[in-house]
Design a protein around this ligand. Structure first.
Ligand code: G3P
Length: 224
């Protein structure tokens, strides 16, 4: 499962990249708004930092012709490893079909139902992004919807992968990983939460203490 950072704060992105094996960055208009900075300025900064890793950037327009223009600008600005995120609505499907013909990499977003995901996959998008937490908040089973969509793709030999989005905890991530979901985009605090555990910290501290009792404080295997 690919692990992608769902954030546009360059310092947070740098921090996660320093410590964790991650595969790229996703953004949406709300995430960009949270930075308080101009969108392309932030996105160029992220692209320069992540190199050729995946960067997902969402369109704003509501009609297909304008969505296509946005997609062209996004790829021209941010390069070939950029996935254009398009909402899975009728105008979005129309734009997806045209852009897939051109070879533009696409992520179908704002996915709440398997039917949206199926239609986007049939348009030929690379990913669809169903929103776990938001589906849960509507009284449905967000994790169940992710699995359902994954099964629909596999059972129909569709190459589109699920890019699970809108997580609230690390357990959700592990459950989808075990199920073989293609990718997950996760806020930095959920990624760091994967290994935030007092038992782990205590075990590592105990090992160091025992070693220093045997040797001297500050001694390690390189400076004995
Ligand atoms: O990128 C879209 C998705 O991750 C939204 O997450 O937390 O705003 O529901 P959230």
């Amino acid at each position: 499962m690919k692990l992608i950072i769902d954030n546009a704060d360059i310092e947070a992105i740098k921090n996660v990249y320093e410590y964790y094996p991650v595969d790229g960055v996703t953004t949406n208009p709300s995430i960009l708004a949270a930075t308080g900075r101009q969108p392309y300025e932030v996105l160029h900064e992220i692209r320069d930092f992540i190199g050729s890793d995946e960067l997902h950037v969402q369109v704003i327009s509501g009609v297909a012709e304008d969505i296509i223009k946005e997609a062209h600008r996004i790829v021209a600005e941010l390069g070939p490893h950029t996935f254009v995120k398009i909402p899975c609505v009728p105008e979005g499907f129309k734009a997806m079909k045209a852009l897939v013909e051109e070879g533009v990499l696409l992520t179908g977003t704002a996915v709440y139902t398997p039917m949206q995901a199926l239609l986007a996959a049939k348009c030929g998008v690379n990913y669809v992004a169903p929103y776990i937490n938001r589906i849960d908040n509507m009284g449905y089973d967000g994790i169940g919807v992710e699995k359902h969509i994954h099964d629909i793709f596999k059972n129909n030999n569709l190459t589109t992968e699920v890019l699970a989005a809108s997580f609230k905890n690390s357990q959700q991530l592990l459950e989808l990983c075990e199920y073989g979901i293609g990718a997950a985009t996760v806020a930095p605090d959920v990624i760091t939460g994967l290994v935030k555990n007092p038992a782990i910290t205590a075990a590592v501290d105990d090992f160091r203490r025992d070693f220093e009792k045997l040797t001297k404080p500050g001694k390690t295997m390189y400076n004995l």
